[in-house]
Design a protein around this ligand. Structure first.
Ligand SMILES: Nc1nc2c(ncn2[C@@H]2O[C@H](COP(=O)(O)OP(=O)(O)OP(=O)(O)O)[C@@H](O)[C@H]2O)c(=O)[nH]1
Length: 213
């Protein structure tokens, strides 16, 4: 066990206590089963990809991550219908929702409208929602074009990007962007302009297959 000596405590330059984090933003991952919610969380949290056999989330799970902006508590929900009543209970505490579909699965894209209806029903009115087209690395199996995701996002007025839990494409950005928006809302002076989430995303986003990803 580590001990702290009084002599160290008397010299604040030597002993700096850890900063006390007072704020955790709740970020919830939602979308059909198998779209890659758990993988996205693991990629963001640990920088790794969970390849191989697919183990469905049961109910709900969470992980904390301290970012340079602030800390986030990420709630990984089960996409399976049978857990829906469990996950509904968590919506109202969510500050942001990352809504995922899988670019290789048309049904998961078609279900986005139903997910948005559900969000509307159970989440707070001012919740930050971002649409993510995951598995953008799967070039050969892709059935949903990036433009289709962009169009749907525009229709609902939410920011959009494609991600890949496998390659890491835009994963950090998705979480950073919502954390920046939330932080800005909390800290903003009354006369300060609003944080332009969509503009920030447009500036930072990388495209699948592009050399900059
Ligand atoms: N190619 C590719 N495969 C992915 C990606 N993300 C997830 N997968 C695969 O997709 C499958 C499902 O991933 P999960 O993260 O478990 O899906 P989920 O959305 O959490 O599923 P539920 O827990 O049932 O809601 C796994 O076999 C992953 O390896 C990705 O970005 N690219």
């Amino acid at each position: 066990m580590m001990t702290k000596h009084l002599a160290d405590i008397a010299h604040p330059t030597i002993y700096k206590p850890f900063p006390v984090l007072t704020k955790f933003y709740n970020v919830m991952l939602v979308g059909d089963s198998g779209v890659g919610k758990t993988c996205l969380l693991v990629r963001f949290k640990d920088g790794a990809f969970l390849a191989g056999s697919f183990i469905s989330t049961v109910g709900i799970d969470f992980r904390n991550k301290v970012m340079s902006i602030d800390a986030v508590k990420i709630w990984d929900t089960a996409g399976q219908e049978r857990f829906r009543s469990v996950t509904h209970a968590y919506y109202r505490d969510a500050h942001a929702l990352l809504l995922l579909y899988d670019v290789t699965n048309k049904a998961s894209f078609d279900n986005i409208r139903a997910w948005l209806t559900e969000i509307h029903e159970y989440a707070q009115q001012d919740v930050v929602v971002m649409l993510l087209g995951n598995k953008a690395d799967s070039t050969h199996d892709r059935v949903v074009k990036r433009e289709e995701g962009e169009k749907l996002a525009k229709e609902f007025g939410v920011p959009f990007m494609e991600t890949s839990a496998k390659s890491g494409l835009n994963v950090e950005l998705a979480f950073t962007a919502v954390a920046k928006e939330l932080k800005h809302r909390t800290m903003k002076e009354p006369d300060e302009p609003k944080f332009q989430l969509q503009e920030y995303v447009n500036k930072e986003v990388r495209t699948a297959g592009c050399c900059r990803s």
